[in-house]
Design a protein around this ligand. Sequence first.
Ligand SMILES: N[C@@H](CCC(=O)N[C@@H](CS)C(=O)NCC(=O)O)C(=O)O
Length: 278
Amino acid sequence: MKVLSTSKSHGGVQGVYSHASDVCACDMTFAVFAPPQAAEGHVPVLWYLSGLTCTHANVMDKGEYRRLAAELGLVVVCPDTSPRGADVPDEKDNWQFGCGAGFYLDATQAPYAKNYRMYSYIAEELPALVAANFPVDISRQAIFGHSMGGHGALTIALKNPERYRSCSAFAPIVQPTTAGWSRPAFEKYLGSDERSWRAYDATLLIEDGHRYGELLVDQGTVDGFLQDGLRPWLLEDACSKAGIALTLRMQEGYDHSYNFMSTFMDDHLKWHAARLAR
Ligand SMILES: N[C@@H](CCC(=O)N[C@@H](CS)C(=O)NCC(=O)O)C(=O)O
């Protein structure tokens, strides 16, 4: 692992790191905020997954998580959203596919299957690297994210409910298999047999029997992607049929941006800290 930068913040350290990823077959960059408590011992770890077009840096610059994470004693890890590099297949002019749009799934189709393995990267490889290099209590993990990253957080928690003590999302893509901005990516990454797509769709995972104790979702009412891309009512319906306790908060007048999610960042950090402390 290489240290790209470190900077003291709120008594802790905001760092950016890179490593050669075996899973994604390229170098990957990620950000870790270590709170002051991490200097004394092992602390819980909260994973933040970003949305389309983002790298590790967007939330670091605009997410406003450090002050409260420092107070609550949470390590916050912010990975990149896809593999990157000259050898990684991409569609340069398409922001909904390829670099910046890994959709937190393991691609099965050539030429993407070699690098686009963000599910295994986030669920397996990066936690092992973080556990080996940072003072984290890996038995206490939680996960959240925004938009495509909200989809990632929901699906990864639903598939590993014993591993993540809590899960929340800002404006998540709750049913990517039917949303216009994700269907083409699913087809290119996973092939035309839509049955294989179900493993990466929160509402369909719930329909197929996956369960999670409770979920927190915030959604802005003037989010331009609400009607066609995000559709939280589909998650509400799936959770209500499955008996999953979903707290869905429609936030009046908020859009899809980091101005929206940074507004509710404190609520999410407190939600996770309370459950990580149990
Ligand atoms: N590039 C897209 C917008 C993509 C977008 O809104 N991405 C969200 C996540 S889905 C984001 O976080 N963008 C980066 C940022 O706001 O810093 C557009 O032009 O419509």
